[in-house]
Write a protein that binds this ligand. Structure first.
Ligand SMILES: [Zn+2]
Length: 182
């Protein structure tokens, strides 16, 4: 088992979130992200989650909050969220964004490993929207390469570049599947 994490050891908590992200399915249609909700007061883990842990196209932060039960509200002053990637502010599916869920839950501090690459949504400004909502957003440096490697596993069939549409991604995935089968 892992050793207890020292209070305020943000890198260790981010590593825990990273280890959770590895449990997400690797596929071209999502990032693999992990999240951990911690009480800064008692240094206990309140909840955790990763991409598609719960049924459907679910995000790490969404699952982390959903698993809290109740209305998903956290003790406002004490809960801090660690997430490997900047929370989303828009979802192509029309579901509530993780930024909305974080604001609704009353979380005041969010630690992120990397800002979101613009594969799915150009110019994700989750950080800015959280900050406008009074949430402190803090980058935890040092794990970027590992986080992105895990997050984008399964994206090999996706064309590199900006603003790739779902249709483009599907076509790229189909082409990759066809060439893999040839
Ligand atoms: Zn999200």
């Amino acid at each position: 088992m892992t050793e207890p994490i020292a209070p305020g050891d943000h890198t260790a908590y981010m590593r825990l979130a990273l280890s959770l992200s590895r449990l997400s399915p690797a596929q071209p249609s999502n990032y693999r992200v992990g999240a951990v909700l911690v009480s800064a007061t008692s240094n206990t883990i309140l909840s955790s989650g990763y991409t598609q842990e719960l049924a459907g196209n679910t995000h790490a932060e969404q699952n982390c909050l959903a698993k809290l039960g109740g209305g998903g509200e956290v003790p406002a002053e004490e809960a801090v969220l660690y997430t490997t990637m900047e929370p989303c502010v828009r979802r192509l599916s029309g579901n509530a964004s993780c930024v909305e869920r974080i604001l609704r839950a009353g979380i005041r501090r969010v630690f992120v490993g990397v800002l979101e690459p613009d594969v799915f949504v150009a110019c994700n400004d989750g950080r800015a929207v959280l900050e406008r909502g009074g949430v402190e957003v803090v980058r935890v440096p040092g794990l970027e390469d590992e986080i992105l490697e895990v997050a984008m596993a399964g994206h090999e069939g996706r064309r590199r570049g900006h603003g790739v549409s779902d249709a483009d991604a599907d076509a790229a995935a189909a082409a990759a599947a066809a060439s893999a089968g040839a």
